[in-house]
Design a protein around this ligand. Structure first.
Ligand SMILES: [Zn+2]
Length: 373
């Protein structure tokens, strides 16, 4: 589907609604939009939004049955789409003969009339969007308590209404936890640190990866796809259940991306097991190990574990996180084995695994792997 189709529809609706409402000038929040008749479904009664209703606002955005009365200025300032929409000349305000029924005054319990635009976005998404644009500040400096719901709204609506800075901020946030460069997690520093950060928020894990894949597709941000699809491969049967958005609607992976996960999962698990077997194959190395029998026993058990490993025992992203390497078993190794043998070997296998990810998912990601060839 053409991603701009809904925008064009909204703009078309917005233009016509703006003209209509500027001439009718009814206080829209005080009465139902239309009385139902016969078997027609009962239209939802419009309600003012609790957070975004300014009596002196200059535009009313309607999402489902919620009205948001805000100011045109910030919308036009940040959004090319709203700027174009509001640039169209509006019909003149009705003359005195119509004023008694169509114009109201502030303080009367009603509000002054202004243009109305119907939007197809959910009220929840629109609130996140308005918090960034109308309240100001957020668009330049994302707050530390940012939720994934907000990030999704920023990217979806920012892309739709051409607020480039908002899209960029949302993608930047996602890239902190789904990086495209092989950089060991600095917190906490350690010899086992992998490129997947341990502080990846809970709302960026699990089925949220489905939404991240779709956001990456929407914005042509291919660099997010390898790790997001890798996270999707961990979902098991839940991968077909989709991701539930804040408004309760569910989005799914596109069939091509679903197929990519099915095709890659088994091969990824196999490559993880092979990598670990190679890592432990020849260790400990005579001359460098000073752990004696305890290292010999530890390596024996590590090799045994991966020889009998099943898919349930191995995570597709296991090489990129440090949990496995922090086990009690590896902690019994001598410092020589841990630092000079295992860490170097693990890092080498990690880089190979990392660099292979785009190919595993049949992706073309410009620049992937160039920092660790
Ligand atoms: Zn040793």
């Amino acid at each position: 589907m053409d991603p701009y189709e809904s925008i064009r529809q909204s703009i078309a609706i917005g233009k016509s609604m703006a003209r209509i409402k500027r001439t009718s000038m009814k206080p829209t929040h005080t009465s139902p939009r239309r009385q139902h008749t016969g078997t027609r479904p009962h239209p939802l009664e419009l309600k003012k939004d609790d957070e975004f209703w300014y009596d002196d606002g200059t535009i009313i955005l309607i999402s489902q049955n919620i009205e948001f009365r805000v100011y045109q200025g910030p919308l036009a300032q940040h959004s090319q789409v709203f700027r174009n929409m509001l640039a169209f000349p509006q019909p003149p305000i009705p003359g005195p003969s119509h004023a008694s029924s169509s114009r109201t005054t502030l303080g009367s319990g009603l509000v002054a009339p202004c243009p109305t635009v119907h939007l197809t976005d959910s009220p929840a998404d629109l609130r996140h969007f308005l918090r960034a644009l109308v309240l100001g500040g957020t668009i330049q400096d994302p707050p530390p308590s940012l939720t994934f719901y907000a990030v999704c709204a920023w990217i979806r609506l920012g892309h739709k209404y051409e607020v480039d800075k908002l899209v960029e901020n949302g993608l930047q946030y996602l890239r902190r936890f789904y990086p495209s460069t092989f950089t060991p997690d600095p917190e906490p520093p350690g010899i086992w640190a992998g490129p997947i950060r341990k502080d990846r928020p809970m709302d960026l894990q699990g089925r949220s990866a489905i939404a991240i894949v779709n956001l990456a597709r929407l914005t042509d941000s291919n660099d997010l796809l390898p790790l997001a699809l890798l996270e999707c491969c961990k979902l098991g049967a839940d991968i077909v259940k989709g991701y539930r958005r804040e408004d309760g609607t569910v989005e799914f992976l596109q069939p091509d991306d679903l197929g990519r996960c099915f095709a890659a999962k088994g091969a990824l698990e196999l490559s993880v097991v092979n990598a670990y077997l190679r890592i432990f194959e020849h260790a400990p190395i005579d001359g460098s190990c000073d752990g004696g029998q305890s290292c010999v026993v530890a390596f024996h058990y590590l090799r045994y574990h991966f020889r009998v490993a099943t898919c349930e025992d191995v995570g597709v992203d296991e090489l990129l996180v440090e949990d496995r390497m922090e086990s009690d078993l590896t902690n019994t190794l001598c410092s020589q084995c841990r630092c000079t043998v295992i860490s170097d070997a693990v890092q080498g296998k990690r880089v190979l695994f990392w660099n292979s990810l785009p190919n595993r998912f049949e992706l073309d990601v410009v620049g992937w792997g160039v920092d660790w060839p």
